[in-house]
Design a protein around this ligand. Structure first.
Ligand SMILES: Nc1ncnc2c1ncn2[C@@H]1O[C@H](COP(=O)(O)OP(=O)(O)OP(=O)(O)O)[C@@H](O)[C@H]1O
Length: 301
């Protein structure tokens, strides 16, 4: 299912938690929503799931507004960062509830996944550890087979092995059923490995939205030394978008692939040079810096 928001606004009292957010996420892809505490991620997810009504703007699933088509909610599942279960519930009784809510519920999958994660479906969920509760909520979500899965900081509290297992199941559902996923996180590196596209939220606004396949390999870092520092023409001809000089060594960020840069750089007869790929974090730091934001203030890791 394709997801689109147009100019979404949501304020609490006077403070805008979500401010004019426009975003498109294509069916069968994973989108990472990054941002610091209080950036507006949870509020945005609640707007997407129809829990909150926007003050302005629209949430569209395959072109239909969520509020005019309440049946869309059968297809959209929101997994809160704090798993919510009814008082005294077991995984079995929560399963019955989910089954009544989600028409594509698979009992077979529910039993298989509970077994896979070694969860006793008859045990009160209140007696499980934090990570086990999180696993239980994933078992419910994956058994419900939603078309759109909204995950608020989904991997917090899961150990690395379970984290990998959960991601693998999610990737299978995306590949086999074209499930669309939006996952919020503080962790850019985790999202980098998982997502097709990412955006950064800050003070309610969506600052930055990028397709990861497009930006990976789009920039390089060139470290280069000369006897005498080059003239302005060098930066222009090399396509340098940012540079820093320390003594005779210049560190440049260049748009373009490594091979192309190497061909050009040798013409300047440098003393030495090294071309390195840029990590996603470095690309973001540069692009955000261009907009006047310090990335370390926005994303923790
Ligand atoms: N129910 C509410 N009533 C009043 N203010 C709220 C409410 N929910 C959120 N806010 C405010 O809206 C802003 C955005 O909060 P939100 O929970 O969406 O951020 P977040 O990006 O999910 O943060 P975190 O990473 O800490 O979970 C914050 O300033 C918060 O105080």
């Amino acid at each position: 299912m394709n997801l689109e928001t147009r100019q979404l606004d949501k304020a609490f009292s006077r403070q805008k938690a979500v401010d004019a957010v426009t975003l498109t996420v294509t069916s069968g892809t994973i989108h990472g929503l990054l941002g610091s505490n209080g950036a507006g991620k949870t509020t945005f997810m609640k707007l997407l799931s129809g829990i909150y009504k926007p003050d302005r703007g629209e949430v569209l699933y395959d072109g239909s507004p969520v509020f005019e088509h309440p049946d869309i909610k059968d297809d959209v599942l929101f997994l809160n960062d704090i798993p919510y279960f009814f008082n005294g519930a077991t995984l079995e009784s929560m399963g019955r509830f989910y089954k009544s809510m989600y028409p594509r519920w698979s009992q077979k999958r529910f039993v298989q996944l509970a077994e896979h994660f070694s969860l006793d479906i008859k045990k009160p969920l209140s007696q499980l550890s934090k990570g086990m509760k999180r696993q239980a909520s994933f078992v419910l979500a994956f058994s419900a087979r939603p078309k759109v899965l909204l995950l608020d900081e989904p991997f917090d509290g899961l150990d690395p092995i379970v984290r990998r297992q959960v991601k693998n199941i999610m990737m299978q559902d995306i590949a086999n059923h074209e499930m669309t996923v939006i996952a919020s996180s503080h962790n850019l590196r985790e999202m980098e490995d998982l997502c097709d596209s990412v955006s950064i939220m800050h003070e309610g606004k969506l600052l930055f939205h990028r397709d990861l396949n497009e930006i990976k390999g789009s920039h390089c870092k060139l470290q280069i030394a000369f006897n005498t520092l080059p003239e302005e023409r060098f930066y222009r001809e090399m396509g340098v978008v940012h540079h820093e000089v320390k003594g005779r060594v210049i560190t440049c960020i260049i748009k373009g692939d490594m091979k192309h840069i190497e061909e050009k750089v040798t013409k300047y007869h440098p003393l030495m040079y090294d071309i390195l790929p840029l990590s996603l974090e470095e690309i973001f730091a540069y692009e955000m810096g261009e907009k006047g934001y310090e990335i370390s203030n926005i994303i923790v890791e």
